[in-house]
Design a protein around this ligand. Sequence first.
Ligand code: AHM
Ligand code: MG
Length: 337
Amino acid sequence: MNVNRAVLTLDEFTLQQLRQFPTATGELSRLLRDLALAAKRVNVEVNKAGLVDILGDDGSINVQGEDVKKLDVFANNQFVGVLKHGISCAGIGSEELDDFVVFDDEISNNSKYVVHFDPLDGSGNIDVNVSIGTIFGVYRRVSELGKPCTREDFLQPGNKQVAAGYVIYGSSTMFVYATRRGVNGFTLDPSIGEFSLSHPDIKCPPTGKFYSVNHGNFFQYNEGVRKYIDGCQRKTKENGGPYTQRYIGSMVADVHRNLIKGGIFMYPGTTDKPNGKLRLLYEANPFAFILEVAGGCATDGTQRILDIQPESLHQRTPLFIGSKEMMDELKEVSGLK
Ligand code: AHM
Ligand code: MG
C-alpha cells in the first residue's frame, strides 16, 4: 500500500526513520512522542487563555499577570511530567526551574538522554493573543549509564545535541524537530489530535527579505550591528531588497517565519545587557542546531553558537541567526564573526 507521506503522523514518521537503523533502540522516538504529548496538553490550555478575562475575578492586570505566570508553570509541569514518567530521559534543565533536575530512579538512570527546554517562551504575549512556543534540545548523556546523570551531561556545547525542536502555538499548532538527518514540521490535526507531517525536509532559503530585531534598542547596539541594521533599511531592488522588518517579540514565531521564508533574527547585546536577553541552553542552542541542519547558521558575534562551552543553566548569549547569505553579509558589514 502506498502511504501518502503528507499524512504521516509524528509517531509514524519517527518509526519510519527508526526502521532505517535496525540497531536503534527507539528511545529518541519515545522521547519525541512524550514531548508531543505535553505539547498537546499545553496547546489546549493556551487556546483557552483568552477566557481568563471572562472567568477571572475582576480582570485586573494583576490577576491576568498571575494567570499568565500560571500557564508557564502549567507548561513546565507538563514537560517535566512526561519526561520523568517516560523511559528516555535521565534529567532536565528548564527555564522555569532554578537548577537542573536529576530524575534518579532506576529507569531514568538507565535512560540515554537529558533535555533542556523553555516550556513557554514569549509568555508575555499570551494576554494579547500572540503566538508563543516551547523550545527543546536533546543531548546524549556522557556520564555512566545506570547511575544518576550529572552536571557534565547538562553542560555540553550545542554541537552535541542529537535533536532539537520547537512547538509553535500559533494560528495552527506545529511541532518542528531536527536531527542531523533533517528538519521536519508537523501540524496538529485537531480532528484526530495528532501532529501530521506538513513540512517535510525543511530547508532555510539561503537569503530572504525579513530582518527581525528589537528596533527600540537600536542605540544600545554596537556600531557594527547598527551599521548592518541601517543597511537593511536602505536595501533596494538592486541589492536584494527591499527588506521587510518583522519582529513579533516571540522568538519561536520570529525564527520559524525566517526559517521557512528566509531571513535573519538578531538579539544583540546592549549597553545595559552585554549578553543580550536570550538563554544559551534552551533558546539559542536548539534554534542554532535546527537552522544549521536546515542550511542556515548562528553566531553570538564572536563564535558559532553551537561551539560555546556552557558554564551555567541560565546563561545568556547574544544571538544572530538565519539564512546563510544574510548571515555572511551581517558578518562582513558589522565585523562580527
Ligand atoms: P521569555 O523567555 O521571558 O519569554 O523571553 C524571551 C523572548 C523571546 O521569545 C523574544 O525573542 C524576546 O524575548 C523578545 O524580547 P524583547 O521584548 O526584549 O525584544
Ligand atoms: Mg524564554
